[in-house]
Design a binder for this molecule. Structure first.
Ligand SMILES: Nc1ncnc2c1ncn2[C@@H]1O[C@H](COP(=O)(O)OP(=O)(O)O)[C@@H](O)[C@H]1O
Ligand SMILES: N[C@@H](CCOP(=O)(O)O)C(=O)O
Length: 323
């Protein structure tokens, strides 16, 4: 459960009084998520999600994240909307943290994504990329190529606490990525963390996207690579080419990939594996013992990275195995 910050009944009742949402009825910590503290809040007017922003969120970025949700929602993407308080603000302070209330989305995230989920995801991702056009705020990807080495430096002396060989795997791969990272790919606003637990479905229809707290300006194709890793491998970290093919086909049906994007997919998939290997490794070593959070296993991303290193091109590989 990701609850880093406890909120008392009285504190929350006072906080809710600041909004035109009726009276607080009940609230409980949410048993999912990694980055922030989330509570499910019931008031006499409805159900909302209360988020208290934690460690990795720079308060200066909050207008980007909350403004993006408003922009995407207005452009037809089903995502949470920040709720304004009685004086029109979306951000307030609660229990010493910046906090916001957002609307509750119906649906459940797929615990075992199927091919149809990957297809729908691909279409929704492309629609989201198009819908992001015209969003006026900018945010660099703090966990992009330039951020990986400084993050590695923070835990490189402790990698053996995770697994043997991890230090050299990361160090060698960082050198490769720094040499090979593609420039000049089509860019725009990307989600950058579109894992299954951030995408809701009602039956097989995609009902909404949440958790925009890593969103930034970066290459669209990098967002696809993040999804390939997160959606198209089974529980044993074996690549599932039918899902990869469905994701790419769904995306391509809405926003056709350029030749340069296709060619870059193998290195982007390696970079996307590196990004989550680094944050998971850091969190594995640094999550406070008393935090109510389920740490994510870095080993899943060691296996993905090794898979990408072993195949030439994930797009060719997908095409080969599905033709
Ligand atoms: N708008 C929402 N509607 C419904 N459930 C939500 C919403 N936002 C978050 N949740 C629930 O809270 C969980 C954690 O949210 P998330 O934004 O992923 O947290 P974190 O930023 O900590 O990763 C989600 O898996 C989901 O169950
Ligand atoms: N998706 C990341 C962890 C971030 O968690 P989220 O709850 O914000 O999606 C990972 O799997 O490492």
């Amino acid at each position: 459960m990701a609850v880093y910050t406890e909120v008392s009944d009285d504190e929350l009742a006072r906080f809710i009084d600041g909004y035109a949402l009726g009276r607080l009825l009940s609230f409980k910590g949410i048993a999912e998520g990694v980055e922030n503290t989330n509570y499910l809040v019931h008031t006499t007017d409805g159900t909302f999600i209360l988020t208290l922003y934690e460690k990795r969120v720079d308060p200066a970025d909050l207008p980007f994240f909350l403004g993006l949700m408003e922009h995407l929602s207005a452009a037809g993407v089903t995502c949470p909307l920040p709720v304004r308080d009685k004086s029109g603000r979306v951000l307030n302070e609660l229990a010493g943290r910046q906090a916001a209330l957002i609307t509750f989305l119906e649906g459940v995230w797929p615990k075992r994504p199927k091919v149809v989920h990957a297809l729908e995801l691909g279409k929704a991702l492309a629609r989201m990329h198009i819908a992001g056009e015209g969003f006026p705020l900018k945010r660099a990807n703090a966990l992009g190529l330039a951020g990986w080495r400084p993050l590695f430096d923070k835990f490189s002396s402790r990698t053996e606490e995770i697994c043997d060989g991890l230090h050299d795997l990361i160090a060698d791969e960082l050198r490769y990525l720094e040499r090979s990272w593609p420039k000049d790919l089509p860019q725009g606003v990307i989600h950058a963390d579109l894992f299954p637990d951030n995408v809701f479905f009602v039956e097989d229809g995609l009902s909404g996207i949440i958790d925009f707290y890593f969103a930034c300006n970066d290459a669209f194709a990098y967002d696809i690579a993040v999804c390939l890793n997160a959606w198209c491998f089974d529980a044993k970290s074996q690549y599932e080419p039918q899902k990869g093919a469905a994701l790419l086909a769904g995306y391509n049906s809405v926003r056709p990939l350029t030749d340069a994007e296709r060619a870059a997919m193998p290195v982007l998939a390696r970079g996307a594996a590196m990004r989550f290997l680094l944050t998971r490794s850091y969190d594995w070593l640094n999550t406070p013992k008393d935090a109510l959070v389920a740490r994510k296993d870095p080993a899943d991303y060691v296996r993905r990275l090794k898979f990408h290193q072993s195949v030439g091109s994930i797009a060719d590989y997908t095409a080969q195995l599905t033709s």
